[in-house]
Write a protein that binds this ligand. Structure first.
Ligand code: KG4
Ligand code: ZN
Length: 342
């Protein structure tokens, strides 16, 4: 089965072709970071318009790369939500129109399910069941995953997401958007322990997170004054360390509470080097199994959407030729129905 995947939930236009026999055949991505950078964040209307411009050329590009014709595609998967309404409408509209014209099924995918399943695209895929830490710009959730669509929420952020904490702290430090990679870069020259920041809810005894206090602490430190580049780097180090410490501690607690031995970390923040290193360290100490997506698949992409679509269709989800389409800007992962053979 050959599935075309289309992702347009935020500021990346992603297109990919996934074949259930041959794996990922081609993928293309256009990041809008440069366009949004000067506004310090994503401007929804600009995002939608850029998806309109990029989507068809990127689709042609992946078809050519893979050496397949549009008519060879068996199904089209698109991100139905959550995300920016206008941006989602572009992907859903294009996907459904192509599907309708080809008389092929279209399938709407939950963006976080795409992230969640993306480590399964690697050469050493995790087996169900596992604990998943989903860390993106909009979400921070710990889930128990028993199969495709079989997700139970274990804990989540009560306020800001981990990626948002990186982004907001970066803004306070006068760094560009997105903040995660910018903080990580500056932190490379920062000194461990030079600045102390709180680790919110580290000992709360549950699996929830809170990151909004961190930005207040960063704001206080910035107002106190950062005399030189070293002071800025030290603060960046402290921000990254505080966020990563909490993410790792809660993930370990979730493994313990669930009795599971496999941890999957996905979403934009899973690209973070320190997070990967500290998980590897804990893994060596405790002997659980850890999985991350390939670095190129951590942030938004079309491959994870094509893959999630293929898994759902293979698990018996009804495949219908669309006669219209919907998007769901707000959509809880736990509301998602499992396919018949999940
Ligand atoms: O999954 P994603 O691409 O988009 C959403 O679905 O939100 O995640 C984007 C988030 C941003 O907040 C960005 O700052 C963060 O992921 N991020 C990182 C890194 N790369 C991206 N955070 C920390 N370290 C990184 N290397
Ligand atoms: Zn995402």
């Amino acid at each position: 089965m050959l599935v075309l995947g289309i992702e347009t939930s935020c500021d990346d236009t992603g297109v990919a072709l996934y074949c259930t026999r041959r794996g990922l055949l081609a993928q293309a991505l256009h990041s809008q970071i440069a366009m949004h950078e000067r506004y310090g964040g994503v401007v929804p209307e600009l995002a939608s318009r850029d998806h309109v411009r990029r989507l068809l050329p990127l689709t042609e590009q992946v078809l050519e790369q893979a050496g397949v014709a549009l008519a060879d595609i068996d199904a089209i998967a698109f991100t139905e939500g959550p995300g920016l309404a206008g941006a989602l409408l572009v992907g859903a509209g294009v996907a459904s129109s192509i599907a309708f014209a080809l008389r092929k099924p279209a399938i709407g995918i939950h963006h976080l399910e795409g992230h969640l399943l993306s480590p399964m695209l690697s050469e050493r895929p995790p087996d169900f069941p596992f604990v998943a830490l989903l860390v993106s710009g909009g979400h921070t959730q710990l889930m128990r995953v028993d199969g495709v669509g079989r997700y139970a929420l274990l804990g989540e952020t009560l306020d800001d997401a981990a990626g948002e904490a990186f982004d907001k702290s970066a803004k306070l430090l006068g760094l560009g958007y997105p903040g995660g990679p910018a903080i990580a870069r500056l932190a490379q020259t920062g000194r461990d322990g030079a600045v102390a920041l709180p680790r919110p809810m580290l000992h709360s005894g549950d699996l929830d997170f809170s990151f909004s206090g961190l930005k207040t602490a960063v704001l206080t430190a910035v107002r106190r004054g950062l005399p030189d580049e070293q002071a800025r780097a030290d603060l960046a180090f402290a921000v990254q360390a505080a966020i990563v410490d909490v993410l790792v501690a809660k993930s370990l607690a979730a493994l313990e509470a669930s009795g599971l031995g496999t941890l999957v970390i996905a979403g934009g923040v899973s690209a973070n080097r320190r997070l990967r290193d500290l998980v590897a360290l804990a893994q060596a100490e405790r002997g659980f199994d850890a999985h991350f997506p390939a670095p190129a698949l951590c942030t938004d992409n079309g491959a994870m959407i094509a893959f999630a679509g293929a898994l759902r269709l293979a698990a018996g989800q009804a495949a219908v030729v669309p006669s219209g389409f919907t998007v769901r800007p707000r959509w809880q992962l736990s509301e998602l129905p499992a396919p018949p053979r999940a």
